[in-house]
Design a protein around this ligand. Sequence first.
Ligand SMILES: [Zn+2]
Ligand SMILES: [Zn+2]
Length: 814
Amino acid sequence: MNYRVHEIERKWQECWEQDPLVNRKREHASGKKYYCLDMFPYPSGSGLHVGHWRGYVLSDVYARMQWLKGDAVLHPMGWDAFGLPAENDALKKGIHPAVSTAANISVFKKQLKQVAALYDWSKELNTTDPDYYKWTQWIFIKMFKAGLAYQEELPINWCPSCLTGLANEEVVAGSCERCGAHVEQKKIRQWVLKITAYAEKLLSGLDMLEWPEKVKLMQKNWIGKSEGLVFFGKVKNSSLTLETFSAHFEAFAADSFVAIAPDHSLLELLIADSSEKNKILEVCKTIIDQRKAGREEREPVGIFTGAYLLDPVSHKELPIWVASFALAHYGTGIVRCSAHDERDFAFAKKYGIGLTPVLFPKENKELTERIKNLEICYTDMQNGILIAPAMFAGRAADECRQEIIDYCVQNGFAQPKITYKLRDWLFSRQRYWGEPIPIIHCAHCGAVPVPEDQLPVKLPDVEKYQPTGTGESPLAGIDFWVNTHCPTCKELAKRETNTMPQWAGSSWYFLRYPNPYLTDEPFSQKDMCYWLPVDLYVGGVEHAILHLLYARFYTKVLHDLGYLPFSEPFTHLFNQGMVNKYSEKTGLVEKMSKSKGNVVNPDEIVAEYGSDVLRMYILFMGPPELDCEWQDNGLDGVKRFLHRLWSYLTAPERIILADKESGEAKKRTHKLIKAVQERLSLFKPNTVIAAFMEWLNGVTDNNIQLSIKNIESILVLLSTMAPHISCELLERVCRKKLEECPWPVYDPELACETTDTIVLQVNGKLRGTLITSRESSQEEVVALATAKLVKWLQNKRIGKTVFIPHKLINFIVV
Ligand SMILES: [Zn+2]
Ligand SMILES: [Zn+2]
């Protein structure tokens, strides 16, 4: 019997299309649910690439595993189809965004079907569908009514090429994230969402999540909480009072100068009488321009304002400097500086500002001497001992933190203040292809939300959707759409013409999947209680901040408004690494891109090798959380494995009755079940495949006969990764359907094995040990070792691997 890959895969895909596996009743139901979600794609014109496959196959392994274990599984797919890319793409080709988006979706869908994931296409959703964005608008109105959406005249980041405002998050090093154009500032009326009201909740919620530490840390830093003191002080010879912020106030007695942000609103007043005024403003402008261009100097720069702050704490006069490190929106935009902060220290040294250290190490005379002489900057608040003010002298700085707060507050020097780096979310875009913001502007009543029974506010179908370039949305030019009546006073009024950013639709789509057809509510309480939160969310690390932060914000708002019984949407998050490839043009292994000529089209691979081979190779390439390198010849190894498996299991002489099966055969099967299940639960699918290969080598070399029962167990496990061949062999050899098979359970006694302890080295240095089965193949040990040494192998190229069986493995990296 030949293994006819394409015939078999077509047969099963048609079968699953007609009757999706995920909806088939399992005999071995667990009574539990499992919501497995992929970050839904933006349907671009270039189609799917193998990088997409990596995330989709990975999530599918887990969806399939839980389904096989008997869970009710929700594994949906949809389209994040609004936003600038769709519009720019459409503008380029002169086609209406709705038309090009629909065409792209149909290509994506056809391609996605080849992944053969456990998707239930009846749950498909599309953010540009009016039945969907009706509810995106509904959520905006709920936020508006709750005071979480407001308007403001704001200097915004303006992309002169995309002709729209951008969120801070969309500006990378002073350029537009989309098109790379240099971003300018422009003042314009904007809608803003008050995400800062949720700063604390967004921060504390992270603790309960099973997310990569790296992503949690990125969110923490983005929110940027610091607790500090705001000190008050009068400016010498002036009526001005300055509020200065200090996050590290323990050594406040050392404060020697004050730094003000170059764009601070009080600066003009402060230097109004200065003869150096023009020179100061010039320096400020240089700093601001460099910031906008993303070219901030490593070394802080600044200029003396000529003014002094009368410090109520020390009764000294502290010189006030403009400094590039002072940020207008952080704290009060004015900071107290001392010898105990690296940045302040460097600045003072550079400009010759006098410093007075008050914090020294315990019993280290030499170091103390060097600190006194201002040779080094000492910042150790935990161990350092204060010498001033007198009441805290001799005590560790950290230890008296709270007492210092009390002391400063009681004496009227300061007030405690918590600050966040997080800014409110700029939520309007001056573009056509987005959800219209459901607001009507009335001369008498102000901004009035569109009544909920009039939602959705549909995007008008127009000829000209090109941006106006004046800062107004193209919708502003469509009179019949713009002119309307005020819902409150019935007078003539105008519709809001800004649209929402692309993030809007993706901030709540996971709530809609359980039932995308609901017409009288966005989601049902029953579904929210049953399916949510998402059990596993898989996607690229590029969404570590924005999408994930916005989705968490929406969830928390809807929770607080009483619409959701939970406050965090994604319990477990997994970020897959990128698939890189060697580019002949650049001579480097790098991210796939058309310009580098190193893009791998999954359709071509499937046409040649079939879907199972691509699925398995994608999983076998390396630890799923790391970037990996695509190698064409890697596919052949997987192909050989599947062909060998097919010939072995379809040969009648290899099958034996269960009671005649040898102990050796049983042992091998149970060890495999154990290895596969353990490694899957550790998110190491690459090593699972190594285990399958090792098992096949073992049974082939020893010509071992297997019972139908054990073959079934192995095929059930394999079906998580290679579903077509597994289902075909189950049908041919075991006469069973996948949904009839239980998830295999191993006998711990049979699965126990003799082990080796392998020494792991990187460039000859000991980096750990690995316990492996005595029978492990070199391939398997290498895969396990690579997974374990992630820390040392990340972003490195393995030049050579030294392998001494049962003893040692040494990776030579460059
Ligand atoms: Zn742009
Ligand atoms: Zn009105």
